[in-house]
Design a protein around this ligand. Structure first.
Ligand SMILES: [Zn+2]
Ligand SMILES: [Zn+2]
Length: 281
């Protein structure tokens, strides 16, 4: 089911083997992470950079730091994995204190709302949980971050994590939860949407997602609610990216992401009020 018009422009024009979602702000061609130079707004491709330099021969040399230098390395993905690993070691060493401080328990939503997000960075002490999540994050995160760019990827990850927690609040409000699964399922959903848009085989992915959802329903102590919430938010975020891919629609993209955040916050507040009134009544 590959439409030729859809696959056009999904690969970097300088590296035809690299699929990417980012377009050059000036010429509109697709560019991979290595070919992106951050501009005042969005990214420029190497040719447009050269043209810009030629027309302004006396530009100051750009300050090059580890983070401003363009590279194709999925820095955000690696950072999240490193952070989760560090937190996990701290969980083991602290004998449960770190887990207790960061996990999400719906009745505490109003007093300690940060737990909606921090819970995505702690895992159960069994190595299986963190290993599985980090493996999926490494696999899908590095692909998506290269396609979307760092900031879009980070927004996708955090919104999906929030979506997972909000779903737990509504569907399983007395369960304490930990884990990156909601965010990881957001990546699954987003990857599916974007693959469909860029053209590519998503059958394999559907099988992986199906298996994972099934595991969540069958195996006890796995929050399928969080998985479903993350998946839906990941799809919604990717839908915004697909609709606003053109560099000219940057404001619409920010507005779309803001709208998703606003809906999730409203659902969290509403869910919390419902939960409190149920406990009191
Ligand atoms: Zn260009
Ligand atoms: Zn390239």
């Amino acid at each position: 089911m590959t439409d030729a018009s859809q696959t056009e422009g999904s690969y970097c024009y300088r590296h035809p083997d690299r699929q990417s979602f980012v377009l050059c702000q000036r010429c509109g061609r697709t560019i991979c992470g290595e070919c992106q130079t951050p501009a005042a707004v969005g990214f420029h491709c190497p040719e447009c950079m050269k043209e810009a330099r030629a027309s302004m021969p006396r530009v100051k040399p750009r300050v090059v730091t580890a983070f401003s230098r363009s590279s194709n390395a999925p820095v955000v993905t690696y950072s999240i994995i490193a952070l989760c690993a560090l937190v996990w070691v701290a969980q083991l060493l602290s004998g449960g204190a770190v887990t207790q401080a960061l996990l999400y328990f719906p009745p505490w939503t109003a007093t300690e709302p940060w737990r909606l997000i921090t819970s995505a960075f702690v895992h159960s002490t069994s190595p299986f949980h963190i290993l599985f999540n980090m493996w999926a994050l490494w696999l899908f995160g590095s692909m998506l971050e290269r396609m979307l760019g760092r900031w879009r990827f980070l927004a996708l990850y955090l919104l999906s994590a929030l979506g997972g927690s909000v779903a737990v609040l509504w569907l399983s409000p007395l369960t304490p939860v930990v884990g990156a699964s909601g965010a990881v399922f957001g990546l699954f959903g987003a990857f599916f949407m974007i693959q469909r848009r860029l053209g590519g085989n998503s059958i394999q992915l559907i099988i992986v997602i199906g298996l994972n959802l099934a595991i969540g329903f069958i195996v006890p102590n796995i929050s399928w609610q969080g998985h479903v919430g993350g998946l839906l938010v990941g799809i919604a975020v990717a839908w915004v990216f697909v609709l606003t891919r053109s560099p000219r629609k940057r404001n619409a993209q920010l507005l779309g992401l803001g709208a998703i955040l606003a809906v999730l916050v409203a659902l969290a507040v509403l869910g919390d009020i419902t939960l409190i009134s149920r406990v009191l009544g």
